[in-house]
Write a protein that binds this ligand. Sequence first.
Ligand SMILES: C[S@@+](CC[C@H](N)C(=O)[O-])C[C@H]1O[C@@H](n2cnc3c(N)ncnc32)[C@H](O)[C@@H]1O
Length: 428
Amino acid sequence: MHKHTQYQEPELAEFTVFDIPDAATTGMLNELLRQQLSPNLPSQQTQSNDDVERSDKTLMSCAVDAIDELLTNPYFEREQVHSKLSELFHQQKRIYLETPIEEELRKRQFITHCGLVMSPDNCITTQLDDIRVRAFVRGIHAALQQKINTENSNIHVVYPACGPFAPLLMPLIGFYKHHQIFSATQLQITLIDMQPGAVQSLSALIEEMDISEYIQDVLCMDATQYDNGTNTIDLVILEAMQHGFSREGQLSIARHFSKQLNVNGSFIPQKIIVSAHLTNLQQEFGDQWCDSEFVSESDMKINMAQDRIVLGDILTVTAEKLRNMKEVVLDESTTLIECGTVQIPFLSENEEKSIILSTKVQTWDNEWIGEYDSGITHPLPDQNICINFKPKEDKPGDLLLKSGDGLKFYYRMNGLPGFLPTWIAGDI
Ligand SMILES: C[S@@+](CC[C@H](N)C(=O)[O-])C[C@H]1O[C@@H](n2cnc3c(N)ncnc32)[C@H](O)[C@@H]1O
């Protein structure tokens, strides 16, 4: 037994959906999500936790198996994918726990000028978010094939805010090395994270997988300070976002890197779309999931989708749009980005609707992460917006609106980033 056996499973903070105050409304949905995000229990797998250390499975063999399933099976067989990712996760977690990282560095969490920096402990479970991981891995593989085979034989990939496991790329590198698909001459990678605990973990995983020839640098720094020179990077992989495109610094980091992409350079995700909808929260987050086995976009109830009212897209993020976003600077520490405008439609008297912000992510070409497919695309309600009613108690920040009013959205770049809805006159 090693010395970290007392370690507690970290909270799944990245994935939980606690923004709705009524716990009963979301209880069922949260329980389903927790089940989906926990690794398969040893009894569901062929080996126990102790066996993980004794078996001939290694981090590398589990990475190769998992990537093989994600790339070569054209069908998404969720239990199969989850089982392979769980095995991979057990290996990564074993190494994370064995690496002599100070306890304080594992748990340190803070807010910078551009967003929340989650603790390494709270970041390790991304590998289990199956639909997200599948869409990213398939997207990254397709992008690299295109770039290496047709555009350039020597690619520099940067993965800022990659977390302690760099889970969307590192297993794929193991797969490339094992099957001799791309060599280190064709592919060089820079990993960046500002948490020293994450960087120590990354170095240990790289050594264990024996893939250091692919790694140009592992940098412990604020990604918004990284400067490789203008027009120099072939591919940026970035996933530092939470549901409703809130809290983490995705937009600031993406804008910083958009200037460093070369002429044919690309972002993964290629596109992120955030849209506003009106919905009934009880039906949306409670009723529609009561007899579901899984949570995903394809598991949404058809009548729920029909009951929703689409207000419109409020933000689309692509490499080109990142370079042309309109800033509003209020003071030296407050910058907003101008986003879309929507209008509140006529609602009948008994229609109780609230605003939710829903996200879709196109990692590359046909690879999409739909709403409810992942913690990062889960719809986020804004309960400060009150439509056609006055709340019993005033809450700071409440915005009282009625049918016909317009809503203009801004995006706050500083502190905890997120959308700021404001009232404007409507035209109905
Ligand atoms: C939620 S994790 C995401 C990690 C990884 N992309 C994934 O999918 O698991 C966020 C990571 O981004 C890092 N991070 C956040 N803001 C950063 C910044 N400005 N510069 C460097 N790292 C940052 C945090 O330290 C944390 O490890």
